[in-house]
Design a protein around this ligand. Sequence first.
Ligand code: OAD
Length: 250
Amino acid sequence: MFSANCLKALSSAQSVCVLTGAGVSEESGVPTFRSAGGIWEKFKPEDFARFESFISNPELVWEWYHYRKKVIREVLPNPGHVALAHMQDLVPDFTLVTQNVDGLHARAGSRDVIELHGNITRSYCVECGLFAGEEEQAVFEKTPRCKECGGLLRPDVVWFGELLPAGALEKAMEAAHRCDVFLSVGTSGVVYPAASIPLAARNAGAYVVEINREYTDLSPRMNETIIGPSGEILPLLVTHLTQRASHEPS
Ligand code: OAD
């Protein structure tokens, strides 16, 4: 499954950076955006993932987010999330960057995850900017409001046309530039700037491996693509890294 070059690169890697997308949570039961039956087949991004749509119909947008939050609360991290959480203890310098807003990496034990597109479990007030956790949002059935100023709360996720959280892309790019091995996992690679991160790693000399159920727009620009579910492939990579650790002089 893994090429000799991939295993060689992993064997000596001191720094590993991983970018994940919706595919890594698919085996937990969270729908992806663009696969067959994905979210954007049923919903129009412009109706639900734009600030203007939110302001013109906050109740409808919140209904969709309440549904997605419920789905996420009811699922568990899968072996792919767990493998990435293990990986951080097997490599001296490890960075996990995700486009996912579901918080499943942290629930699997990953630390310091760079969340490029925010996190659906948090909200903030569009008037005063105050953040709210799950309990405060739960007080309201439909459209949650700020406990301080009464302004509308919105999910802390990045919508189309909005900037990424301050510093997130910069940190991800730094990790991409210094890593020896880069893994692009479960992302279609069509949303920028996230999709530029594996390309930056490749340009900087990293060995870049894509893990996906199918070939993507990024595939021709990777060192290799491994076709298959991340929940099966990532644990195999961890086994390889664990064997490496057991052979290192203590
Ligand atoms: P997509 O839905 O665009 O792509 C999911 C990718 O995961 C596809 O390439 C699938 O083939 C692959 N896939 C599905 N199941 C898999 C599995 N079990 N193992 C491995 N690969 C699998 O999701 P993203 O690339 O994450 O943005 O989408 C990027 C952004 O577009 C999202 O963060 C979201 C969306 O609009 C915002 O919300 C800002």
